[in-house]
Design a protein around this ligand. Sequence first.
Ligand code: F6R
Length: 364
Amino acid sequence: MKNGFPHFMMKEIHEQPEVLKKTILPRLTKGLPDLSDENIPDELLKRITNIRVIACGTAMHAGMVARALIEPRLRIPVTVSIASEFRYEEPLIDDSTLTIVISQSGETIDTLAALRLARECGSTVISVVNVKGSTIARESDYVIYTHGGPEIAVASTKAYTVQIAALYLLFCRMALVRGVYTEEHAEQFMSDLLNCASAMETMIRDENTINEIVTHIVNYPDVFFIGRGMDYAFSLEGALKLKEISYIHAEAYAAGELKHGTIALITDHVPVIAIATQKHIFAKTISNIREVKARGAYVVLLVTEDTAVDEGIADVIIRIPKEDDKFTVFPIAVVLQLIAYYASVQKGLDVDQPRNLAKSVTVE
Ligand code: F6R
């Protein structure tokens, strides 16, 4: 069942390049995104004026990546809500709102209740779901299934990257039908998305290097993840993954927010995983990294391979393949998953079945 891998989580990390292709390829027609099998009307994608993304945990982090992609390009407001909060905040949504619900299992009770509420308010729901025929899939107006296959490890890995791939595809279809992208542009976007499979493979091949880097951070009680924009969304997922399987206290911070309090916790050798893949805010992130370095942090910097960085800014640099910065999430996700995985292994913990957690959360 584990195909020779020591844990399901490692097997599932390795499956990511393949399931990304499985999710995207059947939805390409002449290289363009096609959601006609899902019956999603272009008219819907054209007319909506705002988007509400609802999910829990890792799925919610996938939604945050999608928000960072969609809002600045389509120029429509996108709000990401934690399902258990959305239910009680008397949300302002109506038939001009597209609700995107994201769930691997399709059974998370808070996400399901939020979906029902969104539909009661008149919003159309498109769900991004992995488990075929699950309750969330059945109750949605439209479903985009991720073809991730069964995910056994409690910590979500491949489900996250295929959710993002499906959301990217939906974005591209919207950009096309709303006239934001030309066909040529959309084709290029989809081809870049497919190429992320090989960027993930490259990082998977780097697993031994990442295992070695983890030896420098695994014995500290706290680890901070910092980034800006999309890099901040990745940081949230990196911190969650590390917490849930290594039991190391991890926090993600928007890098520019550190100096408003949290930097007080940065002292000698405190590990900081700094993600700086977003070009338009790169200089700003680097200046935040200097601030933590100056306070003695042990900095692990994640950048693309073409990025020039000053000597001394980080203790270790992990370089991901050169990508357009819309797509760095895929190789970065692999790195963050491997950091959490090796931290758990090095601590001798149960990687696949961490304490207190269930794969599907069907209680409120
Ligand atoms: C973390 C993890 C959880 C789930 C969350 C939502 O690794 O797996 O945070 O992402 O419980 O689950 P689904 O996607 O099944 O609704």
